[in-house]
Write a protein that binds this ligand. Structure first.
Ligand code: UDP
Length: 340
């Protein structure tokens, strides 16, 4: 089956393409390269031996997006990763986030309708939950106010899909709520390559350790958590990638009892920022120059997943923990720095 992966040159998209190819899917990618580069395709080729076609276009351009489906009438699944994704940036540029993330989703859904695509998987995020006391969160945990415009685009995106799915009964839809994706492919041929400088914790850690940054800041140590820093559920990118394949297989096999469903994807363990920093130093034996700074706007205090539903229905079992994440992320940082 042929699958369109939007955002296929990005971090999670590219790792998911590898897992899809490994499981026999044909893949077409589309990416506007606003936060990624086509160098990723070389990493995919090195790992899988396969060339993936990538369209460089903006999904906010409906005519250009339609052309992909006109060229590939056999696309029967869409995995929609493409979106702006930085919490802090979204607080500064809310309209850009709404414009980009919502219009692109709208266009992809209208192509699904027009071209009769049967399966759709949406990259959602634990940020839809906002600040909640109900930890670990399940898919039934109610949304709180989104802490950032980025989180708001994921809340609205899910609701758009849910409403559309009621009408589009011929198709089936899944939203996957990611917790904090990080780490690199174990082959060390592919990993996260932030092209405008990292802002997520794990690449900030590795960039600091390798000397690209003089020091890093921990955003707040006065939260109501066990050590005062924020708590997150760090999930290895290949575990996350495999969940997409499993979700698609689940829909293709018709195992879904409704045509819109939601799954959390985390490993179910809360790790604080300070614990993550310490895990890095332990695993790599590299010191980290860090300081404690003020809280970052838009951050939720603590969140981690109950992913039992994904295990039960999709057969998804994450394999990697925080130490594997740090080990693979560090190996990849050393490689990409040496090659830069
Ligand atoms: N964080 C930090 N310093 C950094 C980057 C992130 O202390 O340089 C913290 C951030 O405040 C949050 C956690 O690390 O508590 C995870 O942030 P990230 O941006 O990786 O993901 P998010 O949870 O915001 O999606």
């Amino acid at each position: 089956m042929k699958v369109l992966v939007t955002g296929g040159c990005g971090y999670i998209g590219s790792h998911t393409i590898i897992d899809l190819l490994d499981h026999g899917f044909d893949v077409v990618s589309v990416d506007n390269l606003v936060n990624s580069s086509e160098a990723t395709l070389a990493g995919i080729k090195a790992i899988t031996g396969k060339d993936v076609q990538n369209y460089v276009l903006d999904l906010c351009d409906l005519a250009a997006t339609r052309q992909i489906f006109l060229d590939h009438p056999d696309i029967n699944g869409i995995i929609h990763f493409a979106a702006l994704k930085f919490v802090g940036e979204s607080v500064e540029q809310p309209l850009r986030y709404f414009q980009n993330n919502l219009n692109s989703l709208l266009n992809v859904l209208s192509c699904l309708e027009e071209f009769g695509v049967d399966h759709f998987i949406f990259s959602s995020s634990c940020s839809v939950y906002g600040n909640t006391d109900a930890l670990p969160v399940t898919e039934g945990t109610p949304f709180q106010e989104a802490e950032s415009p980025y989180g708001r685009t994921k809340q609205i995106g899910e609701q758009m899909i849910k409403d559309f799915a009621k009408k589009q009964q011929s198709a089936s839809f899944i939203a996957l709520r990611y917790f904090n994706p990080c780490g690199a492919h174990p082959s060390n041929q592919l990993g996260e390559s932030p092209i405008h400088g990292a802002s997520n914790l794990v690449p900030v850690i590795t960039e600091t350790a390798i000397g690209k940054r003089e020091k890093m800041t921990i955003f707040g140590d006065d939260y109501d958590t066990r050590d005062g820093s924020c708590v997150r559920d760090y999930i290895h990118v290949m575990d996350l990638a495999n969940a997409h394949t499993k979700a698609l297989q689940f829909l293709i096999a018709g195992k879904n009892d409704k045509n819109y469903d939601i799954f959390n994807l985390g490993i179910g363990e809360g790790v604080s920022v300070l614990e993550a920093v310490n895990a890095f130093m332990k695993v790599t034996e590299k010191p980290l120059n860090y300081e404690i700074g003020p809280r970052r706007a838009g951050d939720v205090i603590a969140i981690y997943a109950n992913s039992e539903k994904a295990t039960r229905l999709l057969g998804w079992v994450p394999k990697y923990g925080i130490d594997d994440i740090m080990r693979t992320a560090w190996a990849w940082e050393k490689k990409r720095t040496a090659e830069a």
